[in-house]
Design a protein around this ligand. Sequence first.
Ligand code: ARG
Length: 470
Amino acid sequence: MKFLEENTGEKLLDICLGSEVFEMTPWSWQMMWQLTPVEFSEAEYPRIEYHRRQQFWDPIRLALFTLAIAAIIGIAIGIVTHFVVEDDKSFYYLASFKVSNIKYKENYAVRSSREFTERSHQIERMMSKIFRRPSGGGRFVKSHVIKISPDEKGVNVLMVLMFRYPSTDSAERIKKKIERILYQSLKIKQLPLTIYKSSFSLTPINSKKMRDLLNNRCGIRMTSSNMPLPASSSMERIVNGRETAMEGEWPWQASLQLIGSGHQCGASLISNTWLLTAAHCFRKNKNSSQWIATFGTTITPPAVRRRVGKIILHEEYHKITNENDIALAQLTTRVEFSNIVQRVCLPDSYIKLPPKTSVFVTGFGSIVDDGPTQNKLRQARVETISTDVCNRKDVYDGLITPGMLCAGFMEGKIDACKGDSGGPLVYDNHDIWYIVGIVSWGQSCALPKKPGVYTRVATYRDWIASKTGI
Ligand code: ARG
């Protein structure tokens, strides 16, 4: 597809130009004017028919005919180009506007707060409503609120808008189209928010700027061409599960390795330097200088590699009961965020997942109990299970404490396994991913009535903040 995008546009242009040059050479015009009628005798009858036919093709007719053919070929090529060749390009804009019917709250300044999250989702939903409609041209891809700041008339919103338009379109022309659609919607649609038309400004930005702006936000996944990744729908388990399809699908996943002994545990990036993982990963060895962390979808070769400078275990981690199985590891040098390495969002304590919520677990762990580490990252979709059910006599018989979270299936089959420990259990909230669990323990792997048990991250939100300032 990349090849097509890069080359087809140019080739088609060649063909169009080629046919025009052929039809319109001065030489062919000259030839046409030379075909003037001549006088003839009866004896020359056979030549008369010939000349009549020649007269039919007089210069004007010939020219019109040629033009008509050229037009038909041109239109045909245009139609084929439009439907067959996808040479659409992404266009990014920074939008800023005032909303009068939102009262500013202090927590809008805190990106992980419930207030910011809910407000930005409301604004993003409204943008899809405006642009994702038949007259919107179906060109809208996505929007992300970057900032909500106070304004004397309400709040000021800064957001990124992404569109796909044919690569031949210009950023300025598209800008006009976007403004027209927006202004129309403000007039005719009943929108939940009152936007001042005069306050609306739109600036075209390039993909680097767009990424820099979005890097301010956690939990966003993107492909290498800067398109948002579609929601994952894999049903398989890590035990026999599927390998991750794309680089950048789980960009916060890290592999924690002991120098000389390789992969030990998973971990999740929560800032440029901090990894969140399980305390039990460091039972054998707490010496940070012996540990490294790698990023990317394969252990070898890794996309990025860093040394670990500091390890912080939860003070009340109990190896017998597995309580407070949470730890932090700090990298000696920071990692820069990209499409391949990105941080996951930390849930605020307000996040409550009802039973049977879809969540994803990822890791390089074994695919059978006691099997070897996998070089390629794997993923599995599992469902949350209520603590009441998980504590039943026939399940874990009261071993689940408030700091733990069960996820998997009562019939077994899909689960994390050995070597996945410390890795993330994530939840997709409007395309923003939150780490809700840390792989902690389980009885064997994927057994019926023995789901995976995870550290409930929301319970430790304040502990994480107290150690890292995040
Ligand atoms: N404790 C294991 C490890 O060290 C992970 C256990 C997860 N087990 C499960 N059935 N979900 O890698």
